[in-house]
Design a protein around this ligand. Structure first.
Ligand code: ATP
Length: 221
């Protein structure tokens, strides 16, 4: 069994995340992609504006129609700062014998040298770095690996990036959807229509729970 693990704040989850998950599953032959909302993301300046439970619920609603995707509460249940190394260890124990592929957008990957125990990440899972809209980004990824991760990853004879323990890293071009959670939160705060950026169930949940309204109120926007 080969699974994908896709971490993020998902505040809220949107079609950019979902489409990337589906395309990664198909391109890499993954049985399932687990979407793992963080409890507290060490790299985000502000905490999630929706609570962990709310973000998890939105992920559950979003993935429900797709058999390839599943929500995981591992980081929300663990609490505290969410470290990917711990999450990958968790999946290793939970699904022994499974092959794990960690999915990460190019923007997030370009900061990976600042993540806790980042060296260990490349022994815990294969990696698929997902393109972000407007740019293929492969060259940027390659330059970054050479500059910042050169001691952890090398290219084998076939041009494949591999770690010392044999984990692979690939670049995956996914349909570019220029959607961000920040844009959605801002749109809600300004009472703009958020249709077609995410599943209707998620938009409905945001409306019902009046999420992202406060952010703008406190900023006086
Ligand atoms: P924010 O705007 O709050 O920073 P975001 O929309 O970038 O949020 P995150 O939860 O931070 O979403 O992202 C989780 C993961 O999904 C990261 O690896 C990120 O690179 C990736 N990602 C985010 N948006 C997209 C998108 N539109 N297409 C593909 N991948 C994406």
């Amino acid at each position: 069994m080969k699974i994908g693990i896709f971490g993020g704040t998902f505040d809220p989850i949107h079609f950019g995340h979902l489409r990337a998950g589906v395309e990664a599953a198909e391109a890499l032959n993954l049985t399932r992609v687990y979407f793992v909302p963080s409890h507290t993301a060490p790299h985000k300046r502000t905490g999630g504006l929706a609570s962990g439970e709310q973000r998890l619920e939105m992920v559950r609603l979003a993935v429900a129609p797709c058999r390839l995707l599943e929500a995981s509460d591992v980081e929300i249940a663990r609490g505290g700062k969410s470290f990917t190394a711990e999450t990958l260890e968790y999946f290793k124990k939970k699904l022994p014998g499974s092959k794990r592929v960690f999915l990460v957008g190019l923007d997030a990957f370009l900061e990976i040298h600042t993540w806790k125990s980042f060296e260990s990440l490349f022994s815990l899972a294969d990696f698929a770095v997902l393109s972000r809209p407007k740019t293929d980004g492969r060259d940027r990824m390659e330059a970054y690996i050479q500059e910042s991760l050169g001691s952890l990853l090398t290219k084998d004879g076939s041009g494949q990036w591999v770690s010392a323990s044999g984990q692979k890293l690939c670049f995956l071009k996914v349909t570019g959807m220029d959607i961000s959670a920040t844009f959605i939160r801002q749109s809600v705060g300004q009472s703009r229509d958020i249709s077609f950026l995410m599943p209707e169930t998620v938009a409905g949940y945001i409306e019902k729970n009046r999420l992202y309204k406060k952010e703008m109120e406190t900023k006086g926007l």
